[in-house]
Design a protein around this ligand. Structure first.
Ligand code: SAM
Length: 221
């Protein structure tokens, strides 16, 4: 695995995968992109119309752990119970996650470290309102009895990893969502949107993050 840390334009770190020639986030801002696509247009949007006691979230691609970390912070701030499941077939090495600059305090640093260091393949309590199950299963092979309210679809771009964006995987995401569940992603490629519709989603194109024209929010009716 050949990955190195880069600093994006909003000052937050991301990673560059040299084999794929691909970054883990927008080079305009990793933090800005995660906050926009997954927290604001995903989690916070969902919370405006749902007041259940627990939110089940599935992430495709734990990567740096930034989305999990930001979600845990929202869960604690708003005192909302979140059960977060994240798929990551290629976990990043310790020396990489230890050097990432996402936390602003020692307390946040401990939260971020726990996200990476807690045991895999088992649901762990990370903080008062946030549990995490990390698995090395690929989306293609992932099995669960759970239904999710939200999916953060944060795979590498379709041009780099077309198989992850396949119609079969999108149908699987549709099956994994509860009624009214939502999938958000930074990607707004035409074929991807058509595949989402074919898989049964209602698709909405929203303003993208960090100057990007579009992103997608898809809803299971
Ligand atoms: C865009 S990056 C991760 C972004 C991550 N959410 C973050 O904030 O750092 C995509 C991630 O998907 C993972 N991945 C690759 N193939 C996958 C698959 N088949 N199923 C799930 N995740 C996969 C990669 O290893 C990588 O960490």
């Amino acid at each position: 695995m050949a990955i190195k840390i880069i600093t994006t334009e909003d000052g937050s770190h991301s990673l560059f995968d040299e084999e794929l020639n691909e970054t883990y986030h927008s080079t305009k801002g990793a933090l800005g992109e995660s906050l926009h696509v997954f927290i604001r247009e995903g989690l916070e949007f969902f919370l405006t119309s749902n007041t259940g006691s627990k939110v089940n979230i599935l992430e495709i691609g734990l990567g740096t752990g930034l989305n999990a970390f930001l979600t845990a912070k929202v869960a604690e701030e708003k005192q909302i119970n979140v059960s977060f499941t994240s798929l990551e077939p290629y976990p990043i090495p310790r020396k990489i996650y230890q050097a990432l600059n996402y936390h602003a305090s020692e307390e946040e640093g401990n939260l971020f470290r726990r996200i990476h260091e807690d045991e895999w393949e088992k649901e762990n309590i990370i903080s008062d309102h946030f549990t995490l199950l990390k698995t090395t299963a690929k989306l293609e092979h992932f099995n669960t009895n759970k239904l999710f309210n939200l999916i953060y679809f944060d795979a590498f771009a379709p041009s780099k990893q077309a198989e992850v964006w396949s119609i079969e995987n999108l149908r699987k995401c549709h099956d994994l969502l509860d009624k009214g569940g939502i999938l958000t992603t930074y990607c707004a490629q035409g074929q991807f949107k058509r595949n989402l519709v074919e898989a049964g989603f209602e698709v909405e194109a929203l303003q993208g993050a960090m100057g990007k024209k579009e992103m997608v929010r898809a809803r299971k009716p």
